[in-house]
Design a protein around this ligand. Structure first.
Ligand code: FAD
Length: 550
């Protein structure tokens, strides 16, 4: 191949000034907004088909907090976007994800709250205290883990708003720390949003890209019909209007179709070994009692052939059933979904619209090839159990910005982009996969198949390996900070890193034998303190009504 090209470099060093994004879903608009804000001198164009619909789902986002783990607020901060987008995107704040019936049917619900665990005087020992408490009193509920370590759970459990009349996101962090150092809940909790991703994309288009960067930005409504290749990658885009567009870099945001990337015929790596699901039914449900139903978390309930999401937005509830059609037909899955919604108390279900959405779970083997890269669903998708879609989008964009910053791109830069994005994605995929594999449900063929799978990619994953070895390495579980949500999921699914046998084997019984009541009292006291701190806070509904949806 290379000889035929008469010595021409396969991947020339590119100076990137002219960038074309194809696709106008939330990934396309997040990409445009990121590039316009971070590189105001580059020429940015977005082409979107007026006829091909966006995916139309995507309502729950992830908050940051653990070290090295960023959330959607990190991306909003980078772009200096304040909360005034919220009323346009039907947005509410989110503090946590709840998992119901995942361990086994009718098992306790557990949460994964965002933010750092509250470690008194920065001592990770507090985490061990909880495991030791559980060893001593096995009957305590697993939900006590997050209740004892995450101040945000005081808000979740009492359905209170993180923000109050004199505390909002628009205050700078330093100012807040100065003014509110008394309130540990407000200081330690991190949040994200539950919103309508399509509306969010439209807000980015109208209020950010077009309004703030009007002169540098071009928006073309047309369908890309062909993408002829040459030795540098895509030679040009051929639009249905007959127009040909050239660029230094093309960004594929065309959703599951990956119109641009697919031209290169690079392998797409499926996640079917660790993600059991293939499809989702999605619907929108009117509220019956808005104040009660607007909670600050996403609810995930495992059922016969997958799981059901409930995501409260300001004007309605979003709901969906993620399932595998290897175990149930699409029609029967819809019936099962409606049955579950009825069980949850929703009514008039026949009047709702339901959409069947096939999911392509996996990732491109190369995310930047020659002059083309991929962002959003066209790059990869896990499945929505841990609300990862937009998270991958903004993490990949952060990598893109850092790659583009020096101005010239060579093959090393392209490969680093691929490697960094894939590393982040695979860690997240392992977290989702582990939420299945730790389940002990065996009530249907679907769950029995999950019970009997062999999971080599997960056993070798950084997440489970880091967790499994954390205690062995040292009594202090500092490693947990780098593995994000996993300790919450593991605690919720009864997979503790510490048990009485380990204590004996590692000669740590002294830890258990000391006067333990003191430590347990400390854990109890702080839970009580946090609950008290938020007692008079408004409900999420009251706060949003007064400050966001005035
Ligand atoms: P799309 O929305 O599909 O947009 C593709 C765009 O490309 C469209 O504008 C289309 O017109 C354009 N296009 C396609 N072909 C052409 C062409 N030939 N020429 C020109 N334009 C073209 N994410 C979360 O963060 N949280 C969630 O809770 C969540 N839930 C999800 C549930 C399900 C079932 C699924 C499938 C996804 C979910 N996601 C979630 C992911 C989220 O929906 C997406 O990450 C997000 O909407 C971005 O989509 P996108 O822009 O990549 O693709």
């Amino acid at each position: 191949m290379q000889e035929e090209r008469h010595g021409k470099d396969l991947n020339p060093v590119n100076k990137i000034e002219n960038i074309i994004i194809v696709g106008g879903g939330s990934a396309g608009w997040m990409t445009a907004a990121t590039l316009l804000s971070q590189f105001p001198d580059k020429k940015i164009t977005l082409v979107e088909s007026p006829n091909i619909l966006t995916i139309g789902v995507g309502e729950s986002t992830v908050g940051g907090g653990q070290s090295g783990f960023s959330g959607i607020t990190s991306w909003l901060n980078m772009l200096e976007i304040k909360d005034d987008f919220m009323p346009h995107a039907d947005a509410i704040y989110k503090l946590s994800i709840a998992f119901k019936d995942f361990y086994y049917k009718d098992s306790e619900t557990f949460h994964y709250p965002f933010g750092k665990p509250y470690l008194h005087n920065n001592k990770t020992q507090n985490m061990n205290d909880w495991y030791l408490k559980k060893i001593r009193y096995p009957e305590i509920l697993v939900t006590d883990y997050v209740d004892s370590l995450y101040p945000a759970m005081a808000l979740v459990n009492q359905n209170k708003s993180l923000f109050t009349d004199n505390f909002s996101r628009d205050h700078g962090r330093t100012e807040l720390e100065k003014r509110y150092s008394e309130n540990e809940v407000q200081l330690y909790s991190q949040y994200s949003y539950q919103f309508d991703a399509t509306k969010f994309g439209i807000w980015l288009k109208d209020h950010f890209c077009k309004k703030k960067y009007n002169k540098k930005f071009k928006h073309i409504l047309a369908e890309v019909k062909d993408t002829p290749l040459n030795e540098d990658g895509i030679e040009h885009l051929l639009l249905d209007t007959g127009q040909k567009l050239k660029a230094d870099l093309f960004i594929d945001c065309t959703g599951f179709k990956s119109i641009l990337m697919s031209k290169f015929k690079i392998p797409f790596e499926s996640l079917d070994k660790i993600i059991p699901n293939t499809h989702a039914w999605a619907t929108k449900i009117p509220y019956i009692n808005k104040e009660k139903q607007i909670v600050n978390y996403t609810n995930c309930t495992a059922i016969g052939n997958g799981w059901v999401w409930e995501i409260p937005l300001w004007s309605r509830m979003g709901a969906g059933y993620v399932f595998s059609d290897k175990f149930i037909s699409h029609e029967d899955a819809l019936k099962e979904f409606k049955k579950e919604l009825t069980k949850k108390g929703y009514t008039d279900l026949e009047e709702l619209e339901y959409r069947l959405i096939p999911m392509r779970c996996g990732i491109q083997s190369q995310l930047w090839i020659k002059n083309t890269c991929a962002i959003g669903l066209s790059a990869g998708f896990i499945e929505p159990l841990h609300s990862n879609g937009l998270h991958s989008t903004h993490e990949f964009l952060f990598n893109l910005v850092r790659t583009l910053a020096p101005g010239r791109i060579n093959q090393w830069d392209r490969q680093c982009f691929t490697a960094n994005c894939r590393h982040d994605f695979k860690k997240f995929a392992a977290l989702v996969g582990l939420t299945y594999t730790l389940s002990h449900r065996d009530d249907t063929e679907y769950w029995r198949e999950i019970q009997n799978r062999s999971w080599p990619p997960l056993l070798e994953s950084e997440v489970s390996w880091g967790y499994g070895t954390a205690f062995y390495e040292k009594m202090i579980i500092g490693e947990f900070n780098s593995i994000g949500a996993f300790p919450c999921v593991a605690a919720g699914m009864h997979w503790p890193p510490l048990d009485v046998h380990t204590l004996k084997y590692r000669d740590h019984m002294w830890e258990f034998d000391k006067n333990y009541d003191y430590y347990i009292t400390q854990l109890e006291n702080r839970k009580a303190r946090w609950n008290k701190q938020v007692k008079d806070f408004p409900s999420p509904y009251q706060y949003l009504k007064k400050h966001v949806y005035k």
